[in-house]
Write a protein that binds this ligand. Structure first.
Ligand code: NAX
Ligand code: ADP
Ligand code: K
Length: 440
């Protein structure tokens, strides 16, 4: 199941449109925070830090529910509540409230200082005290977001301790899946509250792949045609990945034989781009400085994956309009083609998809898949050991195979990114890109 993602502003709209009142939403949030904390580590003495807004309100509600379960709870407030909801939650907590500055550490720390309402970094003394309390705790739980994280961009506005568990409500926020904030979340639990998120932003989940039809033949399963350039190793990784990802036929046009390919991958000397059976064309991995090959690829009507060196050769993004293309840039390639867009990585990816009329897979530790129609998929965390040469070539091959198998461009890109991350998990920390091929 994909999990919805809402910006802070869209979250506030969803709360106002909810079928229940805001006070009930806070009760649900605080109760589910308590429930998640209890499940994660039942029992130890718990210190809940409450801020002035509704994030703090959630903290007072959670304190009441944890205490009712017999947990020894202490509450420390950074400031008196400023919102009506938080004031009510504070009144309903019948235990003492300590001052934030003097609060002694506890084995379980719950950070309810700030959530989606954070507008600037924490005061240095507050950030420092939070870090000391987190450092002394065995377990750190963040309510909605670790305090100091900007909800929409994933930026750290002040130093942010890493949580073991983050509990969010109703929908994920972009920061849960954008760096650098993503690395501070620990396990991310989405608790249900009675909002109905209406959004085209979501976290990628296990895809539904098209089955192999009973009466399939190799061409109906999808022909991937790859164009080799000056570094054949890269296209060999892509082509092998495409073959392992269910393409019925993988063919490479190359001027010289490429060693190390599976025997089933066909190597041809001419381009053969007029072949109507091509389900997806792949250009870029190992291409080098051969703009004529990109130009040739763009004359083909086939769907295409444009990766690596080919991205830098495009020149102007609107050259891609009318192409049925998926682009797979890493940060450097993205900047080369799209320049410096303002805004968060999410906004940049969507702007790039809109200006190029293409699906854009903006890679990195926080990979995004953007569609020109406004859909935006956020990858769940993938192992950092993917940061090794050639893994992007493998990803391009997987996506090309799924596209050739008939998946729509955006779905193929989302599925490819998800499968690539899981393959890396199976391959383990010592993997090189070649090893990923065994785990597709
Ligand atoms: N409507 C509701 O009842 C719900 C609200 N929810 C909670 O409410 C949170 C959002 O609440 P708010 O909008 O009140 O925002 P926050 O509780 O995140 O904090 C906003 C308050 O802190 C102040 N502030 C912002 N940055 C500061 C800084 N660096 N130093 C000092 N003060 C600062 C703001 O002026 C404002 O008063 C969510 O993160 C979530 O935890 C959830 O309970 C879900 C339902
Ligand atoms: N720190 C990281 N954590 C998770 N995934 C990463 C990380 N760094 C890179 N990746 C993934 O590894 C792949 C690298 O692709 P790319 O940069 O094109 O490398 P190459 O060109 O060498 O193949 C991308 O899918 C990217 O999302
Ligand atoms: K918080």
């Amino acid at each position: 199941m994909t999990r919805p993602i809402l910006t802070a502003a869209r979250m506030r709209e969803a709360e106002l449109a909810a079928p229940v009142g805001l006070a009930e939403l806070m009760e649900q949030a605080g109760q589910s925070l308590a429930e998640a904390i209890f499940r994660h580590s039942a029992g130890p003495e718990t210190l809940i830090l409450c801020g002035p807004g509704n994030n703090g309100g959630d903290g007072y509600v959670a304190a009441r529910h944890l205490s009712a379960r017999g947990v020894k709870v202490r509450v420390a407030a950074l400031a008196e509540p400023t919102t009506d909801l938080a004031k009510v939650a504070r009144q309903r907590w019948d235990g003492p409230v300590e001052a934030f500055d003097g609060a002694a550490p506890a084995p379980l720390l719950v950070d309810c200082l700030f959530g989606t309402g954070l507008s600037r970094g924490l005061e240095p003394a507050v950030a420092e005290r939070l870090s000391v309390l987190a450092g002394s705790a065995r377990t750190v739980v963040a309510c909605d977001l670790p305090s100091g994280v900007e909800a929409d961009s994933g930026a750290l506005l002040s130093p942010v301790p890493t949580a073991d568990l983050t509990v969010t409500f109703g929908a994920l926020k972009p920061a849960h899946r954008l760096m650098p904030a993503m690395a501070r979340m620990g396990r991310l639990v989405l608790a249900h509250i009675a909002i109905e998120p209406d959004t085209r932003w979501f976290e990628l989940a296990e895809p539904d792949l098209p089955p192999v039809a009973e009466g399939a033949h190799k061409y109906s399963r999808g022909l991937v045609h790859a164009l080799a350039g000056s570094m054949p190793g890269a296209i060999a990784l892509s082509a092998t990945a495409a073959a392992r990802s269910g393409a019925g036929y993988v063919r490479i046009s190359t001027s010289a034989p490429i060693p190390g390919l599976p025997l089933s991958v066909v190597q041809v000397g001419d381009a053969q781009l007029g072949d109507p059976r091509i389900g997806c064309l792949l250009v870029g991995p190992g291409l080098g400085k051969l703009p004529q090959l990109l130009t040739l690829a763009l004359t083909s009507r086939a769907p295409k994956v444009i990766d690596a060196d080919a991205i830098g050769l495009v020149g102007e993004p609107d050259r891609l309009r009318g192409q049925d293309a998926i682009l797979t840039p890493h940060g450097g390639e993205f900047a080369q083609l799209f320049g410096d867009h303002p805004g968060s990585k999410a906004e940049q990816a969507l702007a790039a998809a809109a200006v190029s009329g293409s699906v854009v897979v903006y890679k990195g530790p926080d990979t995004l898949v953007a569609s020109p129609d406004g859909r935006l998929g956020f990858a769940p965390p993938a192992p950092a050991w993917l940061a090794t040469a050639g893994t992007g070539d493998v990803l391009a091959g997987i996506i090309a195979a799924l596209r050739a198998r008939g998946m729509p461009a955006f779905d193929a890109a989302c599925a490819g990114v998800w499968l690539h991350g899981r393959a890396a998990e199976r391959a383990g920390p010592a993997m090189i890109a070649d090893d990923l091929l065994e785990h597709l």
